[in-house]
Design a protein around this ligand. Sequence first.
Ligand SMILES: [Zn+2]
Length: 442
Amino acid sequence: MKRKTVTKILRSTAFACMFCMLCGIIGNESDIRLNASTTQAELEAEIEKNKQEIAKLEDKITATDGEISENEELQGYYYSKLLLQQEGIDLLNNKLYAKEQEIADKEQEIADKEVEIVDTERRIEDKKIEIAGLEKENEENLHQFGQIVRTMYMNDTDDVLTVLAGSTDFYDIFVKTEIMNNVGEQSEQFMNKLLDDIHKLEDDKLQLEADKAQLEQDKKDLENDKADLQAEWTALDEEKAYANQLANQYTAEYNDVTSHISDLESLKDQYNYQIAVSKEEIEAYQKEIDEIIRKAQLAASNTVVYDNGEWRWPLDPKFTLITTYFGYSAFHSGNHGAIDIGNGGINGANIYAMKGGEVIVAKTTYTPGYDYGMYVVIDHGNGFQSLYAHCSAIYVTVGQMVNKGDVIASVGSTGWSTGPHLHFEIRKDGSRVDPLNYVNVP
Ligand SMILES: [Zn+2]
């Protein structure tokens, strides 16, 4: 009894292991978000959705790239503007500095002028004091002269008095009268010299006053010059303030554009990430489809009776121009596991089943520019399948039994195709084999 139980457990373990291996082939269910009852059509629809999503994302990336290069142009524009502004500011700083030097020079000149003015004023004061001294001396002389005159009057010199009566000041008396003739020779000489000295001092004083007036005029001119320089400085400073304002503006614009570019770059990264995710999903779905096809083939091989006869050429005999053979193709950058036929006028031509069998794929939805486009796969039993791609129309449905020579589709250019042609494959036990090993070219 005990032995039997152990055997049962071992058997169920073995069964569980096999089941697990199958899971491994299909892939993790939660990854592809599909359940066991998912049909091939549903999977293909999912793949379509992903492909369309990828196409959309690629468009977005192209648009984003365009936007990035536009922004980079702007960035360069603001940067050159900024450089220009900064050069301008440097120039203005130099000008301002030179202007400040000129102003300082002018101020020095004004200060010198002021010293000269003070000096001249001091000399004027000196002259005034000298003049006052001489005038005082003169007054004393006048007093003495008066006494001389009084003495002369006492001695009865009438005409002297008469003359004096009409005179207002001492100098007048000298000019108007001959009285000096009556004064002693010595006194006359002394008085004359005194007069000359006073006149000379007066002249000096006048000259100094004229000098001072000139100095003050010079100072005023210098101050005007300084005011002009200061006005020029102010204008330069305003210009600099404006240049700084522009520089700040350009800096802000530059920074805006730079951060916009970095936003766009991260958006692009996001798109690329989404594309990678979609591609992974497609791969997972494709694996599942392959598995469904494999299972369909297994099922079909039970019902399809393999025809041991010859394979039929899939087109009318006039279409035999082989544009790509089975094997390596540079254009397909790898193995081209099929034959391409691309005669002129082939578009819309009938495609015939190469042998009888069951239609296991009849795909009418596709993304332009990708893969097989519309295509048909027929299972012929005995591990053989044939595939007909890039069709413009399909006349059979999945599960339908067809005979050799039945029209199953029309030639077209759907999917990844550069012009109307038939791409056909023969598969043996899941691998693509060279069709020319099976079918003769008519
Ligand atoms: Zn091809």
